[in-house]
Design a protein around this ligand. Structure first.
Ligand code: GLY
Length: 375
């Protein structure tokens, strides 16, 4: 990272991480072996719809981040336990989220211990995700339909690169590269914004149109989707060292920085009409801010431009400064079980709107941990 954080930032980030540890510790005591997705009025346990079961790696992933910051044996034990509960998902063909689930759990576990059985799970998860590949169209299909590609998959395709490189399997690497190329060609726009979904003709493989599930409109810039693309292409560049992948992440970053509101927390969609009330108008999505902050901290190390590196770090830390403030950190709300308030899951379905969401928790913890552990 170009510069270190100030002592005030270090104190605020450590305080937020201490609070995060307390909230996760309370969650595992109050709801043992439970993997929540979003809160309802600040409570993790509720009968609300899941839409899709994709967030287990974020709870276990936070535990690994806590272990990294503190070296705590207790967090390692919990992290191993919660990671192990996810092991069967290595064969799960119902979701496109195996990168989220395994890269945040089995990878840090493997990095710490070098146990080859953990590496086998990671490689199998990559192989399973690659089975979603549509030859016609050259993309990994989303969980909703064979003709559908989601921008979210850019955060999961890294596990196929990982498996391909570790198992020395060119076929896996070819699938991963093709998916990145197709995504870039179809749903990453020239101005750096992204569509949520691309729809393909299953007979010919031809790309038909950009659409959305969770954004405002088919042609709008859903904030979290843009964050997935920015961070996803940054991770992919880490595997490929292909300048095209870095260029896409930087194009996403340019759009993000140029459209971020002055208070440094994004609205749920960059095209939302802010004269309208939430949920479809002026609704923040803190989780998108946390994801982008973590991605920008990595991009600051990857870019070849010192000016851009300084800018990415400055914006990432400005977003984190906003998220650790009392308006977002749940520390002053005694009954709130989450860490970070004002996230959004699915606006159209009215799921987890203005709530804590498990990916917001994880990427907030991840970004803060990166910031405090940077040398
Ligand atoms: N479907 C992943 C997300 O809500 O971002």
């Amino acid at each position: 990272m170009p510069e270190t954080i100030t002592s005030e930032q270090r104190q605020a980030y450590d305080t937020a991480l201490d609070f995060a540890e307390g909230q996760v510790a309370a969650l595992v005591v109050n709801h043992p072996d439970y993997f929540p997705i979003y809160t309802v009025e600040g409570k993790w346990r509720h009968p609300g719809e899941l839409w899709t079961d994709w967030t287990g790696g974020f709870l276990a992933g936070m535990m690994w981040r806590f272990q990294q910051r503190t070296g705590s044996a207790a967090w390692q034990e919990r992290a191993e336990h919660y990671s192990k509960l996810l092991e069967h998902r290595q064969h799960d063909r119902n979701v496109h989220d195996l990168g989220f689930i395994f890269l945040n759990t089995y990878r840090p576990w493997y990095q710490l211990t070098g146990d080859p059985q953990l590496q086998e799970v990671l490689i199998q998860a990559g192989r399973t995700l690659a089975m979603r590949f549509q030859e016609k169209g050259q993309y990994l299909r989303s969980f909703v339909a064979p003709e559908s590609l989601f921008i979210d998959i850019m955060m999961n395709v890294p596990i196929i690169f990982y498996a391909g490189q570790e198992a020395n399997d060119p076929a896996l690497l070819a699938v991963a590269l093709a998916h990145c190329d197709t995504t870039a060609r179809t749903i990453v726009r020239p101005d750096g914004s992204t569509a949520h979904e691309g729809i393909f003709d299953l007979e010919t493989g031809e790309f038909l149109r950009q659409t959305t599930h969770q954004g405002l409109r088919d042609d709008s810039a859903w904030a979290r989707g843009l964050a997935w693309s920015l961070y996803g292409y940054s991770q992919v560049y880490g595997f490929t060292q292909d300048a095209q992948h870095l260029e896409i992440a930087e194009r996403n970053a340019r759009y993000w920085i140029d459209h971020l509101p002055a208070d440094n927390v994004p609205y749920w969609d960059f095209d939302a009409d802010l004269t309208l009330p939430p949920p479809r108008g002026a609704q923040k999505d803190s989780s998108a801010g946390a994801i982008a902050a973590s991605g920008l901290l990595d991009l600051a190390r990857q870019t070849e431009s010192p000016d851009k590196a300084a800018e990415y770090q400055r914006v990432a830390l400005a977003m984190l400064d906003a998220l650790v403030s009392p308006a977002y950190l749940a520390a002053s709300d005694a009954g709130w079980e989450g860490i970070l308030k004002h996230g959004v899951y699915h606006t159209d379905k009215n799921l987890g709107v203005d709530e804590s969401v498990m990916w917001g928790e994880f990427f907030f913890v991840e970004a803060l941990t990166k910031a405090v552990m940077a040398r």
